[in-house]
Design a protein around this ligand. Structure first.
Ligand code: ZN
Length: 291
């Protein structure tokens, strides 16, 4: 079962979020029939999004992250709430396979240049929007840069997705975000830097059978860690016939009349979960009245 933990250090202004999400990322891969580089890219971003979602306070809060890039993958949109419900849309999941000099999936090759936008809808009149350039394309570094530049929060981000070489299914997926909170001193910064300097690759830790609790204990001393919450993580899409109807209405009167006249029905597929909704001529005529 996929889950996240969150907590802080008892005697330092440092907080952490750790996720293990193999089943969730595998579900994402299956829905999008994603190729390995796309699975790694979107999987990493989806886990980062889940962890950001976990930082939010209210049940209705939603975070959306958008990697908008000029590489093959095109665009990756992820959303999460604070209950571990996540979903993802990938413009082009059928990327070619590229390996880097270490023989690992070359994620930046399918990302290229672009921006990372983070939209937090936390119940205010306007959502909070932050955007930074994609500086690495390996995703974790891009989120680190985002936190530093847009939220002024020094952070350590590590994200890993291991894809089976032959079957392309997900073997391991996990990640963490560690953040320095306001009031941190130079000594806290040095302490954190020293602690994470020994941090292994996320996929290495997971392949050793480490849980999120084990991973945070790999970094910090047992007695300074305070785990305050644990949360299941699941790929979940909240699309519905009502929401699809709103999309159809938004097409406008003219477009709707054209569809009714030529196709007599319309089938729309949810980009996040692949579910198909077909609206009959009768249903379309009813929606036309609202358009
Ligand atoms: Zn859906």
């Amino acid at each position: 079962m996929d889950y996240m933990i969150r907590g802080n250090l008892k005697n330092r202004p440092i907080r952490f979020f750790v996720i293990s999400a193999k089943d969730t990322i595998e579900k994402m891969r299956q829905i999008h029939e994603a190729m390995p580089n796309a699975s790694a890219c979107a999987g990493r971003s989806l886990m980062a999004t889940a962890l950001i979602g976990y930082t939010m306070k209210n049940d209705d809060d939603i975070v959306t992250t958008i990697l908008n890039c000029d590489g093959e993958i095109g665009k990756v949109t992820c959303t999460a709430n604070n209950k571990g419900q996540v979903k993802c849309d990938i413009i082009n999941p059928k990327t070619n396979i590229y390996l880097n000099e270490l023989g690992k999936l070359d994620v930046k090759k399918v990302v290229g240049n672009g921006t990372l936008r983070v939209i937090k809808d936390i119940g205010l009149r306007e959502p909070y929007v932050g955007e930074t350039d994609i500086v690495s394309g390996e995703i974790a570094q891009d989120y680190t840069y985002y936190f530093a530049m847009s939220e002024q929060t020094p952070s350590v981000v590590s994200l890993g997705v291991l894809v089976d070489k032959d079957k392309f299914d997900i073997m391991y997926a996990g990640g963490l975000i560690i953040q320095l909170l306001p009031g941190n001193t130079e000594e806290d910064i040095e302490y954190l830097e020293e602690k994470v300097s020994h941090l292994k690759y996320m996929t290495t830790l997971l392949s050793e059978g480490k849980t999120p609790e084990d991973i945070i204990k790999e970094i910090f001393n047992d007695e300074e860690i305070e785990i305050t919450d644990k949360q299941d993580v699941v790929y979940f899409c909240n699309c519905s016939r009502e929401k699809i109807e709103k999309v159809v209405i938004a097409l406008g009167k003219k477009e709707l009349e054209d569809i009714i006249a030529t196709d007599h029905k319309i089938t729309l597929k949810c980009h996040f979960c692949g579910k198909e909704y077909t609206l009959s001529e009768e249903e379309l005529n009813n929606l036309l009245k609202e358009a």
